[in-house]
Every structure is written in structure tokens, then in C-alpha cells.
Design a protein around this ligand. Structure first.
Ligand code: SF4
Length: 85
């Protein structure tokens, strides 16, 4: 199970593939920076009970549909918080 990082937080604003910004502190941060105490997890496939990891960056939703762990799920009607996969 991967450590959580800022890219998993709803306050993370990606700028490009390397950099981003924290919407709370307004600081420049990177996607993989360690989280702080203000962390609020963003709905993502890897946090969903319907997601099963198969490889590092690949898995299945409900055992059938190809899905990626870091895919945001804030608009997914089937999303339900589970343990991180
Ligand atoms: S609130 Fe904390 S965990 Fe979230 S993006 Fe900012 S620094 Fe990262």
C-alpha cells in the first residue's frame, strides 16, 4: 500500500506533471510531497471499495472495467469509500 502524498489531497492543485500548489498554504509543492495534518482525501479509484489493484498503476472496477488507482472519482456514482488498495 503506497504512502499517501499531496496528490491524494483535495487541496492539491496540479500545475504540471512535476509541480503543484497547496490551495491552503499557497505553497509550491510536488505531487509526491508527504501529506500534512490538513489532508482531506480526494475521491479516487484506489480509495473505493469497488476497485481491485492488479498491477502498480492498473486495476479493475467491479472486477470488469479497467481503472487506474489515481483516477479521480468525485463524479463517479458508484464510488464508496473503502480502504486504500
Ligand atoms: S493541505 Fe497538506 S496534504 Fe493537502 S495539499 Fe496542502 S500540504 Fe498537501
Amino acid at each position: 500500500m503506497d504512502e499517501l502524498s499531496c496528490k491524494d489531497c483535495r487541496y492539491f492543485l496540479p500545475v504540471d506533471v512535476f509541480r503543484g500548489m497547496c490551495k491552503l498554504s499557497k505553497e509550491k509543492i510536488s505531487h509526491d510531497d508527504p501529506v500534512c495534518t490538513n489532508l482531506e482525501k480526494l475521491a479516487k479509484c484506489k480509495f473505493c471499495i469497488n476497485y481491485t489493484a492488479e498491477k502498480d498503476y492498473l486495476g479493475k472496477c467491479m472486477g470488469t472495467i479497467l481503472a487506474f488507482p489515481d483516477m479521480t472519482a468525485s463524479k463517479c456514482a458508484d464510488f464508496q469509500w473503502g480502504i486504500q488498495n
